[in-house]
Design a protein around this ligand. Structure first.
Ligand SMILES: Cc1cc2nc3c(=O)[nH]c(=O)nc-3n(C[C@H](O)[C@H](O)[C@H](O)COP(=O)(O)OP(=O)(O)OC[C@H]3O[C@@H](n4cnc5c(N)ncnc54)[C@H](O)[C@@H]3O)c2cc1C
Length: 292
């Protein structure tokens, strides 16, 4: 099976609730998956994530804590998740200074309405201690407009939000301009979702070029941004051009590189997901691990 086909297939399974339910029916298999997922996920409880950010801090890295979950379509459930994030935001006071939070908007009801979701995010941001940020993830391209609308509306009220942009999407240069104008810091990623070719560059060289071009666009426009990639060629080429820009990396991926960057004085932030909803996140990471 070629790489692109296996990524597509695994990604399809990663997006399937039915596949997750089927695996859950076999405790042995599910337990095996849970053990494998530990590479990428801090654990099931928030204390697990707190322990990981403490370890990262000791190693000179920052952490962004994400309670895993997405696609919540029930208002009461979205409000419960918001409540958990508000608690997390308050607890940041006791965690290392550079610890932030991360969130996908569909987890707090983007699918219900942008207005409802904006109110949830506003509650979380209000609970953040001074100097801490909430990093908004980028989901599939169907949600990009609504996500941008929520983020820019709250940024107008000076909310401490950053937003993720996916280099593979053909629309991203225009979105980057809009966010830079709104002074929203940008986390640049290659893009994890399998999208229609009319909307996205193919995975590989075309997306890598788009990533490099976007980074230069952001730099030239004076935007605040981080390079969220584990791709050493891309990263080193951009760091050589820009100097020490923050590099963001996922937990469990290329840890020796992260340590080496810290030793060179490059700021490193790691994404620290936790929670019971780890299965599909883990499948996505497997889909793009290609044996690494
Ligand atoms: C902090 C952060 C936040 C992100 N947020 C989002 C988001 O909101 N929306 C979104 O669509 N995507 C997000 N992503 C994922 C991103 O879009 C890519 O899918 C992912 O980072 C892999 O691309 P890469 O840039 O590392 O390059 P790749 O070319 O995929 O990887 C480069 C090298 O890194 C290593 N590697 C990469 N992934 C893995 C893995 N899973 N396991 C083991 N080794 C690996 C391999 O050695 C590989 O050769 C995020 C990534 C990061 C780092």
């Amino acid at each position: 099976m070629n790489g692109s086909l296996s990524r597509r297939l695994l990604f399809g399974l990663a997006s399937s609730q039915r596949f997750e339910q089927a695996v859950r029916r076999f405790p042995g298999l599910y337990g095996h998956a849970a053990r494998a997922a530990r590479r990428y996920v801090a654990g099931t409880r928030r204390e697990h994530a707190f322990a990981v950010v403490a370890q990262l801090d000791a190693a000179g890295m920052a952490g962004s804590i994400d309670l895993l979950g997405e696609h919540v379509r029930d208002a009461a459930e979205a409000e419960r998740v918001t409540g958990e994030y508000v608690e997390l935001a308050k607890l940041l006071r006791d965690l290392p200074e550079r610890t932030w939070l991360a969130l996908d908007l569909s987890h707090v009801g983007l699918g219900l309405s942008a207005d409802f979701c904006r109110r949830q995010v506003a509650r979380i941001v209000e609970a953040l201690p001074m100097g801490r940020w909430l990093q908004i993830g980028a989901e599939d391209s169907d949600r990009t407009d609504a996500t941008l609308d929520v983020v820019t509306a709250l940024a107008d009220e000076s909310a401490a939000l950053t937003m993720t942009l996916q280099a593979n999407l053909r629309r991203t240069p225009a979105d980057a301009e809009r966010l830079a104008e709104a002074e929203v810091p940008i986390r640049l990623v290659k893009g994890a979702y399998v999208e229609h070719p009319s909307l996205a560059h193919p995975w590989g060289e075309a997306t890598d070029h788009a990533f490099a071009q976007l980074a230069h666009q952001l730099r030239a426009g004076g935007a605040r941004f981080s390079l969220a990639t584990h791709d050493p060629l891309l990263r080193e080429a951009l760091l050589a051009a820009f100097g020490p820009v923050e590099v963001e990396m996922l937990l469990g991926v290329r840890s020796p590189d992260a340590r080496e960057l810290v030793a060179r004085g490059i700021p490193v932030r790691r994404y620290v997901p936790f929670g019971r909803d780890w299965f599909r996140y883990w499948m996505r990471r497997v889909a793009e691990s290609r044996g690494a």
